[in-house]
Write a protein that binds this ligand. Structure first.
Ligand code: F0G
Length: 460
């Protein structure tokens, strides 16, 4: 008999999960204004809100923390991190920051100015936010296949080279500070970008004299997919693939809370000293001195170790296969999801799940609330609520797909938890026609409304 697949780690410390009843959950979600961000974590049984900063650190990461050097300048922890970043990414220069959006803030303060155009594959919200905050515009050049959840295309994070070339032809290079490539592309469903595409984007950008930056939060999961899906790379190690990926970028921003398996942290890495020097000024103003940038020494030590662990094949195999396990279960139950399954999350297509609900009633949010009620599972809406209003017309913006994201924290849950999530979704799917109404907004903030919005059930 062939031996089955098993996780590449064992569990040394556990955290209790408090179970709840449906009555309790009905009461709590109402009190939370039907917004899962307002729930306390004790009210949640399985938390799939995000894979960001929610991973379990290893024994080696915890022991590295004890060796943290808390010197203000030149700490050994800083040098440990610098060495790890250099050997994994190949980048010579780096600045620590407290998380990914802080890296964006520092780097974009250096590079982005009013009226600029920043093409890329679907920009993450904070990335877009930091571009728009500077009165510049993000242009989405993702391949069309990404927006058709039933299309089985192996690299739905890819940039459509024709769309990119149109942008590069339309604007002079002075107005395009860089092309940004998000690996994997969170917004399109944790979908990877192929090495072939990274190389082609680099070549095109070179021809137009424009730099390339990677938003690298999930670079290791992207490398795993390249190994699995791009023939030439089947026999390469993850570390070799990662090194090649980064040769196509001039700099990277990193939210270490994802693929580097720490609870807090980020960094920017650069090939050119010039950018590093310019960005150092903003790092000192916004984050901290250039050898700690908002991170404590112990956190930099854990991050250095996390970068090593996060790029091990066996860990990534366990990680991505768990996400796929949940995705395949859902597909087996006839639930529409983004295909193929992404690296960090399963994206449920709520528009196809609840086609009878009007989009103005926040279809994906209605499914998020149902899932919480059913089993205490907390997911995120990546749909009309998150898409916010148009800054000028103040009308709701309707994205191509209404998603419910089931993001799986790293090394935290077992496949039994995944079974519970899948069963809960199946139960809801069976009674989907009884879900007759969505939600209306009672209160909303002018931007990033999804974090604090208060809702009430629509109609009677
Ligand atoms: N880039 C990507 C692709 C991200 O997914 C995130 C965060 C960031 C940048 C910002 O990093 O949170 O460390 O400031 N994504 C989280 C999520 C919040 O739930 O997907 P941060």
């Amino acid at each position: 008999m062939e031996l089955p697949f098993a996780e590449s780690y064992k569990i040394k410390m556990v955290e209790a999960i408090r179970k709840s009843t449906r009555e309790e959950r009905d009461k709590w979600i109402k009190e939370a204004g039907y917004n899962v961000f307002n729930l306390t974590s004790e009210q949640v049984c399985i938390d799939l809100l995000t894979d960001s900063g929610t991973g379990a650190m290893s024994d080696r990461q915890w022991s590295a923390m004890m060796l943290g050097d808390e010197s203000y300048a030149g700490a050994s922890s800083y040098h440990n991190l610098k060495d790890a970043i250099r050997s994994i990414t190949g980048f010579e220069w780096f600045l620590p920051t407290h998380q990914g959006r802080a890296a964006e803030n520092v780097l974009f303060s250096t590079l982005v100015k009013k009226g600029d155009i920043v093409p890329g594959n679907s920009h993450f919200d904070t990335t877009k936010g930091h571009i728009e905050f500077r009165k510049a515009s993000a242009v989405d050049c993702t391949v069309d296949a990404a927006f058709d959840t039933s299309a089985d295309y192996p690299f739905k994070g890819n940039i459509d080279l024709l769309k990119l070339e149109d942008v590069l032809n339309e604007y002079p290079p002075e107005r395009i500070p860089f092309v940004i490539v998000t690996v994997t592309c969170n917004t399109s469903g944790g979908q990877p970008v192929s090495m072939d595409n990274l190389r082609a984007v680099r070549e095109m950008a070179n021809r137009y004299g424009v730099p390339v930056i990677f938003d690298a939060a999930r670079f290791a999961e992207n490398a795993y997919f390249i190994k699995k899906r791009e023939k030439l790379y089947a026999d390469r190690t993850i570390r070799e693939i990662v090194l090649e990926m980064f040769t196509y970028a001039d700099a990277m921003t990193m939210s270490s809370k994802k693929d580097a398996i720490v609870n807090m942290g980020g960094f920017i890495a650069f090939r050119k000293e010039k950018w590093f020097r310019e960005a150092s000024l903003y790092n000192i103003m916004f984050e901290g001195f250039i050898t700690y940038g908002g991170m404590s020494g112990r956190d930099m030590n854990a991050l250095a170790r996390g970068l090593e662990e996060g790029t091990e094949f066996d860990y990534l195999d366990t990680r991505v296969r768990q996400v796929e396990y949940l995705g395949n279960k859902l597909k087996g139950y006839g639930i529409p999801v983004q295909n193929p399954i992404g690296g960090h999350a399963v994206f449920v297509d709520a528009g196809r799940f609840l086609p009878h609900l009007p989009r103005e009633e926040f279809v994906a949010q209605a499914l998020v609330v149902e899932l919480y009620r059913e089993a205490g599972v907390r997911a995120t809406e990546i749909g009309t609520l998150l898409a916010d209003r148009d800054p000028v017309s103040r009308e709701n913006r309707y994205p191509a797909v209404e998603y419910v994201r089931l993001a799986i924290p790293r090394r935290v849950y077992t496949n039994n938890h995944m079974d519970v999530v899948a069963a809960a979704m199946k139960n809801i799917h069976e009674r989907r026609n009884d879900i007759r109404r969505g939600y209306n907004i009672i209160n909303e903030a002018p931007i990033m409304r999804h974090f604090t919005v208060e809702l009430k059930p629509a109609r009677k």
